[in-house]
Design a protein around this ligand. Structure first.
Ligand code: PHB
Length: 424
């Protein structure tokens, strides 16, 4: 067995794990990041594409925003399309904030390139990782490195950033862990198509035929989704059938989707999940390892950014100021933001999708709700505030200490970096 040591061992090199490693590097805290998948596999997994303004500000404060600014697009609002009628939610007017369309796998690439440039120890394609001694003073991650060497990484703390199917959360004993879980009776059929954007902003369409979402990727490609049976087989659908379905769900006077060849088809299940607690002994969960949201609110990556901001500052407080207070309350602090976003994601999902068992009361009630949200300033302000995102960290004492190395980085997202261009 090869023995190595670091301060914080991070399981998982997705956006949560890499973002945490960057933040800890700013605080002068050493990490080793271990990942089961290859870099290429993560970089080629399609995920949602909306970054809250605070997430953009955090990436900017880390100096990793060059591509996000040149290739991403600022969106100042979204359209809710209610049975063919366009109702815009104007984020800029309602809450003075915006979001950035920039796919998660691109964020991953920027974080991974930045990690290499910073000299961070990130190891892809390690296997058979196991957590040891998380209830004691000296936990460890035992794993097999790419050269086949069984290795023991001793550390002070372990951050479980290994996603919804990772090993970390299962290290919290069953009798102490509550798995708060809900599965929806529908999924999303996602496509990528080679055709220029159909609209300047995202369209979330409610229709009698079910939900559809029109998103974008680049000036020549689009991402679209429509509500489907979660057990559907993507290969059962021809391009023509897919376009028929998307066209009828988004139909509106004077509107036409731009069609093109479909080059990717997937069925995405819809789940809500929160693991409680999010910490146990010296193990701290962050990102999808601790919670999952259905994609309707585009909250996944943004929740991870919040978790790791809180965790990084708590670890800095421990190492630099000798205080364990923020580490002791990490899970409870992270969970407050997580549960707000869980509610928002559930609410958007419930408001926009057609439930298979819905009767006429349910359908009419849903239309009443959409009417309220799109015509009342109070209603649309809630949507705008939640969609553009809450502060990544609390303003409670200890979090924003200007004397700390991370204070400046974390405060940046409270000020807001304002407009980002180009706008679309
Ligand atoms: C996407 O562009 O992939 C996307 C956008 C918004 C969502 C979900 C996914 O709510």
């Amino acid at each position: 067995m090869l023995d190595i040591r670091t301060q914080v061992g991070i399981v998982g090199a997705g956006p949560a794990g890499l973002l945490l490693a960057h933040l800890l590097a700013v605080a002068g805290i050493e990490t080793v990041v271990l990942e089961k998948r290859s870099r290429e596999e993560i970089a080629h997994t399609h995920r949602a594409g909306i970054l809250e303004q605070g997430t953009v500000d955090l990436i900017t404060a880390l100096g990793l925003d060059a591509r996000l600014r040149s290739e991403g697009f600022t969106h100042h609002g979204i359209e809710l399309r209610v049975d063919g009628e366009a109702r815009r939610i104007d984020f800029a007017d309602l809450v003075g904030r915006s979001v950035q369309l920039y796919p998660q796998q691109e964020v991953f690439t920027d974080l991974a390139d930045g990690a290499a440039a910073r000299g961070l120890d990130v190891r892809f394609e390690v296997t058979d990782a196991e957590l040891e001694g998380i209830e004691g003073e000296s936990p460890a991650i035992v794993f097999t490195d790419t050269d086949g060497a069984r290795t023991r990484l001793a550390c002070d703390f372990i951050a479980g950033c290994d996603g919804s199917r990772g090993i970390s959360k299962r290290a919290i004993p069953d009798e102490l862990r509550t798995d708060n879980f809900r599965e929806y009776p529908f999924g999303w059929f996602g496509i990528l198509t080679e055709a220029p954007p159909s609209a300047d902003e995202l369209i979330y369409a409610h229709s009698p035929h079910g939900f559809a979402l029109i998103s974008q990727r680049t000036p020549t490609t689009q991402r679209m989704y429509f509500q489907c049976d979660p057990s559907d087989d993507p290969d059962r659908w021809t391009d023509e059938q897919i376009w028929d379905e998307l066209d009828r769900r988004t139909a509106a006077p004077g509107f036409a989707l731009t069609h093109g060849p479909i080059f990717d088809k997937t069925v995405i299940p819809m789940r809500s999940y929160v693991c409680e607690p999010m910490q146990h002994g010296r193990l701290f969960l962050a990102g999808d390892a601790g919670h999952t949201v259905p994609p309707t609110g585009a909250k996944g990556l943004n929740l991870a950014a919040g978790d790791v901001s809180v965790l990084a500052r708590a670890l800095e407080r421990h190492y630099r100021e000798g205080k364990g207070d923020l580490l002791a309350t990490y899970g409870a602090t992270a969970l407050r933001r997580v549960w707000k976003a869980q509610h928002f994601s559930w609410w958007m999902t419930s408001m926009l999708h057609t439930h298979p068992d819905a009767n006429s009361f349910d359908n009419r009630r849903q239309l009443g709700e959409l009417d309220l949200v799109t015509t009342s300033r109070a209603g649309s302000t809630y949507l705008a505030e939640a969609y553009t995102g809450w502060s990544l960290i609390p303003t409670a004492p200890g979090y924003l200490d200007p004397a700390s190395a991370l204070g400046e980085v974390l405060a940046s997202q409270l000020r807001g970096s304002g407009d980002m261009s180009p706008s679309r």
